[in-house]
Design a protein around this ligand. Sequence first.
Ligand SMILES: [Zn+2]
Length: 338
Amino acid sequence: MSDVPEELPTDSGAVATNRVLMVFLDGVGLGAMDFATNPMAASWPGFRALSGGADWVRGAARVGPQIHFSGIDACLGLEGLPQSGTGQATLFTGVNCAELAGRHYGPYPHSATRQTIRDQSVFQRFRQLGVAFANAYPPRFFEWVNRTGRWPTTTRACLDAAVHIRTIEDLEAGNGIAADVTGLGLADLGLPVSVVSPQTAGDRLLSIADPHGFTLMEVFQTDKAGHARSRDMARRILQQLDALFSHLAAERPPELTIVITSDHGNLEDLSVKTHTRNEVPLAVLGPGAPHFRDVRDLVGVVPAMEAVLAGGTGATGAPGSLPDAGPGSAHDAGPEGR
Ligand SMILES: [Zn+2]
């Protein structure tokens, strides 16, 4: 992929003792405790391991020294149904991009938000700590985006910040994760991908996160299942995520804070095929959890992650600001460096 930038090297100058692993779920809100319409209302032990035992339904909340679980607003002060383009841009920049665009817009980034994504994405903000995007994409993705120019928010932010976008070669080398966790969807397309267990996928995700201050994984099948109003699709992806989350909760290194959230509701109400205005979950497990207490909406997630990363570096910078890597800090290539 000649036009795919290489990943930034891990910065060995800033020793990030605190790290963040963010798993972004597209289209998952907190809905009614109603098994008929809400597949999240079933018992999901892996999800509950990341929410202090709370079910992921409307009104649920838990707070503890290592846990934060609450619903947060995805409507951002605008009418209408929240959309992925503006919701994700907001979630990954900390800027209200729906307000910038003047409306909810998606699924791709709105032109009025392009500069904000370029300059203020998580990959730009946290680059000095080492950043990684864990998802691996098949050739058809690159063919499609190169033909249409329509990059989804996450990969657009990677391009802008020169973060490596993983391929199925990376995946097959154990250095990436499929958006459906196991890789079954890619294997079903006839691609040369070995299907792995959610546990193996979880180990790979943790090892990608290990040398990076900030690591992101994106899951889009949740939103697709919601649009399709498909209970089977919903159950399939939730089962894989549930097993992945159980494993992540069990194997999480002490200094890693896991953050799970979404851009808008959808999957939690299969009675409609559209997005919803429901709150979305914010589940945080790890030492950074207290920084999320005051997060009320998508805008607040990035500043909270920034506080986690700033607080754990042992740098001399003021609290709440990221440390400067400093002049002459060595940049040696991390495991993904090439
Ligand atoms: Zn959608």
